[in-house]
Design a protein around this ligand. Sequence first.
Ligand code: PMP
Length: 674
Amino acid sequence: MYEMTVGENAHDKVLAIVRSLVAKLLQYDESEVEMDVPLLEMGADSMVFVDAVRRLEDAFSVSIPVRRLFDDLSTLNALVAFIASNMPADWGSMEKAEVESPPSHSKENGVVVTPTVTHIPAAPNGGPPQPLSTYVNGSKLNTNQAKGVLTHIISQQLEVLNRQLGLLEGRVVEAAPEPEALAAEPAAPRAKPEASKPAAKGVLPFAQGVDLSRQGYSAEQQAHLERLIQAHNQRTRNSKEKTQRYRAVLADNRASAGFRLSTKELLYPIIAQRAQGSRMWDIDDNEYIDIAMGFGVYLFGHNPTFVRQAVEEQLGMGMQLGPQSELAGEVAALISELTGVERVAFLNSGTEAVMTALRLARTATRRPKYAMFLGSYHGHFDGTLATPSLEDDSQAIPLTAGVSAQMVKDCLLLPYGEERAFEILERHAGDLAAVIVEPVQSRRPELQPRAFLQRLRAFTAQAGIALIFDEMITGFRLHQGGAQAWYGLEADLVTYGKVVGGGMPIGVVAGKGAFMDCLDGGMWQYGDASYPATETTFFAGTFCKHPLTMAATRAVLRHLKAEGPALQASLNARTTQFTEALNAYFVADEVPMEMVHFGSLYRFQYKGNGDLLFYHLLQNGVYTWEGRTCFVTTAHSDEDLEAVIAAVKKSVSQLRAGGFLPQNTAVPELTAQK
Ligand code: PMP
């Protein structure tokens, strides 16, 4: 991929590598990478930016001062020039260097050995650049060998980074070709997706002391951004002030996720004061139509009377922990009735439910491994924070710092909806305890692979592998019986949360007795010789079956039972209509966006950095959260949905008027009014 040829000067070589790196990171064609626009403005976030630069430091043996990345080295051209003039001399004068295959995996006693690579640290700031030296398995390599290895490592790291970024931003990242293939021939340009490049030549940095002339914004864009920032800051003054006041003491990634210098002054969570039905009011008393709806928790809108009354009633009776919950048995029976699961257990979050389901599957099958699908999200248990290794893209490595390789060594990663998943599954079938699947991935709602899931059900049943449906979002939303009912399939274990808790913290693990019995030993009764005969695993939690949660959950389940499946059917149909209306508008008005949905979940799809659209929506009275997964609830009236459509149209016009979307049309004035 990073082939060097005689005659290229150092600058061109660096440029080719940097351009390729950034294109991969942002899933752009190389021709789309704008060298004079700050990287952060092209859709990367600061974490990715700094990480990518660290990798460049490694590859070129240069030290790039982080402070300057936000200042005079913020554009790729500036970065390339800096690297080219500071990297070791022998990079520039090298003969054609073969791009080597990935380090070969020698087999010692049947064990695959991957070379370990150590870099000699780059010179400290200002010092003379160190010669490039690399050690593989303890032996020093010559420069060309070293570069081949480094090339492989860079591409490996890029791949990992790309996947991490994709997961964080809710994009699905396809597996890249192997490095050999990339080295042999340039990647064919990808077909342009429907939704084209977003807003931008970037947005204006409002950090004090940043030289705006270097950022490449038109006067029109700068003026628009200044007005947007001013209007947003004015309108949501108290949210910003409060966020800053507590930043030192409140460690909160919600308040820093998606950091970009240009949108720094806009980056703070909207702080809610109260909410009712489809509406939320922030602490500046702005009213919003809420389309985030508690990350999908509030199927009935905010504060529905039947949930509030149930919680208030329980509150009056106290929150007993220790003695058994009076409601737990009834709640379990209702879940079983609506979804068809045999047995049910309660936890406090979806993450715990997933972790427990995996533990149960391993206990029941006595096998170590589990498989997950790329593009799915299963919470923040270490064992599910995995990304593919490049040596073997079905083998997981840690997704993020702080997760040990040991925690994901038994995890396999599979492409969702693809034949290749079965090839991998077949290879490992005898070792697999479970395959966990998010039946419709919330980050890719348009993918609903029914036939694939039917085959997966048959395969896992035949191989004695537990099929786990993670129904955190689909449960009780897609259908009363969740994705199992939607697809007409029965999983072995199912995890629920969100909707069913009615706004109280909950995780549910449920499923067939053969697996659930590993929690408590299974069925037994008094007055005979029966006993809990199944081998058990460990399971506990101070707040499991919390009385307030049980009260809210029972209220939700009773309501769902009374309303029947028509509740979800109507919500799903209204969401289809709503997204179709927006898509018709996008097509007719040539807006480079698309709506995708399943059930009552929807997402705006666009390429790159869509922050500005969402800031405009906030200005126009529509609230969503940073993850941008949106929901229609029973509390959203047809008028609410019309109002959301109107807000989207107004935001698009404003973005066009500001030079952030193609094709200008007449634009309503952006004002700072409430
Ligand atoms: N699984 C899925 C499919 C989810 O969407 C989520 C959360 N959005 C989780 C697990 C984790 O749930 P929690 O945030 O309650 O831990």
